[in-house]
Ligand binder design. Structure first.
Ligand code: BT5
Length: 279
């Protein structure tokens, strides 16, 4: 733990420790007023042998990371920036399913704490009213091809005002506060998130991805039959969403009518994306 001077930060970390009823997630908890990236620090701890459940939270990130070298905007005092060290007994091919699991856990925490209607956009963005409120970045640590640890990074825009986002993000990003109109207690939200993460993680380890699939499909139901474009490593694909494969891959019918399995990529929904029905 680092020195803390801001009472809000202190309250966040102290009340989170008091609220946690998890077995191992959030234990131990390392809290930083400011850090470059909680994921970078977590990877370092993972290499040093930190146990499963070890959690790093920062009040601000100066070098918050998105996927593919992108940046995660991480202003102080308002949001959640969390990295969790995991050591799942799975192969590197299965490990990316943690992204889908995390998106479900974030959606469940949002429903429980805020009563809002989140939607998952494959693989792992959580949106409300078509605006991104959460990003997930999982990083694998391997040795001789075997998974040693997995750092799960989650950023949630909890109480950020619009001014906290740079102008170019203001029409595509939002916060739980901006959408719901109420300030959210960050400690209570984080405790709920870690509880949902742990519950789903135990289920995933015991029963595999099929046990998570109905919940993922519930939150991503608005995607089915939608026309999307996917910027995938193999190029840009335009198609209609058919659903999810048993391993979490996205199933599409492309514009020539051919079924496609997408393992990675950035999805844009043509004509917009909301999940209309209440959970
Ligand atoms: C992500 O990447 O969405 C993964 C973000 C993971 C952030 C967490 S915070 C804790 C942990 N420590 C880290 O350093 N990272 C993790 P990607 O799908 O590549 O999306 C990045 C894009 O989202 C950017 O290029 C912007 O367009 C947009 N963006 C950046 N900051 C945002 C924010 N705060 N809210 C919504 N959108 C944002």
């Amino acid at each position: 733990m680092s020195d803390r001077s801001d009472p809000d930060e202190q309250e966040f970390s102290v009340s989170l420790s008091q609220l946690l009823t998890t077995q191992s997630f959030g234990k131990p908890l390392h809290f930083f007023p400011t850090i470059d990236s909680t994921n970078t620090y977590a990877v370092k701890l993972a290499h040093q042998g930190a146990s499963e459940g070890t959690t790093i939270i920062a009040d601000e990130q100066t070098g918050g990371k998105g996927r593919l070298g992108r940046t995660w905007v991480s202003p102080p005092g308002v949001n959640l920036y969390l990295s969790l060290i995991l050591r799942p007994p799975v192969s590197t091919g299965i490990a990316p399913q943690i992204n889908l699991l995390a998106a479900v856990a974030v959606a469940e925490a949002i429903v429980q704490v805020c009563g809002l209607t989140p939607a998952i956009k494959w693989p792992n963005d959580v949106l409300i009213d078509e605006k991104k409120v959460c990003g997930i970045l999982a990083e694998m640590q391997t040795e001789a091809g075997a998974l040693q640890s997995l750092v799960l990074g989650i950023g949630v825009n909890v109480n950020a005002p619009l001014a906290a986002f740079p102008p170019e993000l203001r029409d595509k990003a939002s916060s739980l506060f901006l959408i719901g109109g109420q300030m959210i207690n960050r400690a209570a939200f984080t405790a709920a998130l870690l509880t949902h993460l742990e519950k789903l993680y135990v289920l995933w380890i015991e029963k595999g991805f099929p046990a998570l699939r109905p919940a993922w499909e519930h939150y991503a139901s608005g995607l089915i039959s939608k026309q999307i474009t996917v910027a995938a490593p193999e190029g840009t694909i335009v198609g209609t969403v058919l659903g999810l494969d048993s391993d979490g891959a996205l199933l599409l019918r492309d514009s020539s009518g051919t079924p496609r399995r997408i393992l990675a990529g950035d999805v844009t929904v043509i004509g917009g994306y909301t999940r209309g029905e209440k959970p």
